[in-house]
Design a protein around this ligand. Structure first.
Ligand SMILES: Cc1cc2nc3c(=O)[nH]c(=O)nc-3n(C[C@H](O)[C@H](O)[C@H](O)COP(=O)(O)OP(=O)(O)OC[C@H]3O[C@@H](n4cnc5c(N)ncnc54)[C@H](O)[C@@H]3O)c2cc1C
Length: 378
């Protein structure tokens, strides 16, 4: 059987694989191998599409901040449409949650990104909230809705334009290092390259095992979302995304409907995950408790996987043991908003160049951190 040869093979055509492949294809011969018949079928096509610089841990926030310019001013020819539209995010607390909201608001990393709102201001921003539910609130003015499809397709267009090859229906079944190259066996043929990038989302550990690399305990967790009809002729367009400070639910206007989620995080095996009735009922109950709304019709329901490394930071860097095996995984609930900076960082590391991005804690993203942590436990 013939083997197609490249400089770099990327496994997975979600936002992680598409974005890093687009960067690298500008100077290298790159193939992206995707098991599904369309890219973005898994987590990338199932997100809540928010960009927020205050969401996630400090490592995630640094990547999000470093991605901001790309969203607002993408490279020439990347897209004909805006990638982001202002949305605002409103964190609310009930009386017993106020200490948690105070802790959150005191975080020096968030200073300048948030402002406190009185209850009245919070209710003005989102008039369906119950006055007796909200005791305190903070607001992030600069959060935004992301056009995820346009971002993803923009990266894939840029990739193809540079000569990159996207191979669909190519399930990676085996990987072996032969001399200086990886031989990758898929359901659509054999491919070879000195460097393989593991951008397989929930399947990142499974791909590592196939490559003989130690898995990093990247855990896929189910998150559920539904789109519900709004009663009467409520104009929700200008409402912010509303997030419970303990992240027990969130809601966000979406094209005349309301996207709501119980913010569940149930560990599951990597799969084509589907929503559970109980999670849907919990989402409805929590939002109806916090608001004056009663929902009568669900238009759409889905679930997706958010995959976390043990410290909840993404994993970006070469495997410490398996030569030429690069991790771009563990993006959790932040893989869309961090994609531009993560891709630039990953591409620089693959090219063995110093990344031209400021304030990114590279050591806290490297897979090496788990080897260091394991050694310090001994
Ligand atoms: C409900 C929900 C809401 C979210 N909201 C947000 C949000 O508001 N903002 C944000 O930034 N993020 C959000 N996220 C997270 C975001 O969607 C993910 O972090 C991101 O999509 C991960 O991208 P990925 O490319 O790593 O994974 P994926 O999109 O899952 O791509 C991985 C790809 O690898 C392929 N693959 C796996 N195994 C193989 C194999 N053996 N051979 C070939 N291909 C393979 C898969 O088919 C898949 O296409 C949300 C997620 C969910 C579920």
């Amino acid at each position: 059987m013939s083997i197609e040869t490249f400089d770099i093979i990327v496994i997975g055509a979600g936002i992680a694989g598409a974005s890093v492949a687009a960067e690298l294809a500008q100077t290298r011969r790159v193939a992206v191998l995707e098991r599904e018949e369309s890219p973005g079928y898994h987590s990338t096509g199932r997100s809540a599409a928010l960009f927020s610089e205050i969401y996630g841990n400090s490592v995630v926030r640094a990547l999000s901040r470093a991605s901001r310019d790309f969203f607002y001013a993408p490279p020439e020819g990347f897209t004909a449409h805006a990638l982001v539209r202002p949305r605002g995010s409103l964190y609310i607390a009930r009386e017993e949650q106020v200490p948690h909201l105070e802790d959150f608001a005191r975080n020096s990393d968030l200073a300048g990104s948030i402002r406190r709102l009185t209850r009245e201001e919070a209710l003005r921003a989102c008039p369906i909230l119950r006055p007796d539910y909200v005791s305190a609130a903070v607001f992030e003015d600069d959060a935004a809705d992301v056009d995820v499809n346009e971002l993803h397709q923009g990266y894939l267009r840029r990739f193809r334009k540079a000569g990159g090859q996207l191979v669909l229906n190519a399930d990676v079944q085996a990987l072996a290092r032969q001399g200086e190259r990886w031989i990758v066996q898929t359901s659509s043929g054999m491919f070879s390259a000195p460097i393989v990038i593991n951008a397989a989302g929930a399947w990142a550990d499974a791909i590592a095992r196939k490559a003989g690399a130690a898995p990093l305990n990247i855990r896929p967790c189910r998150r559920t979302a539904i789109l519900v009809e709004l009663p009467g002729n409520l104009a929700a367009g200008s409402w912010p995304m509303v997030i419970d400070i303990d992240e027990t639910f969130y809601m966000k206007p979406d094209a005349g409907l309301l996207l709501i989620s119980p913010a569940d995080e149930t560990p599951v095996s990597a799969c084509d995950v589907q929503p559970e009735e109980l999670d849907i009922a919990v989402a409805i109950d929590r939002v109806e408790t916090a608001t004056t709304l009663k929902f009568t019709r669900i238009r759409k329901r889905w679930a997706g996987l958010r995959s976390f490394a043990p410290d909840r930071s993404p994993v970006i860097g070469f495997d410490p043991v398996q030569h030429g095996f690069f991790w771009l995984a563990g993006q959790g609930g932040y893989g869309i908003q961090t994609a531009p900076a993560a891709a630039r960082l990953a591409a620089a590391l693959v090219r063995d160049k110093t990344p031209d991005i400021d304030d990114i804690p590279i050591a806290q993203l490297s897979p090496q951190r788990f080897a260091v942590a394991a050694r310090s436990r001994v």
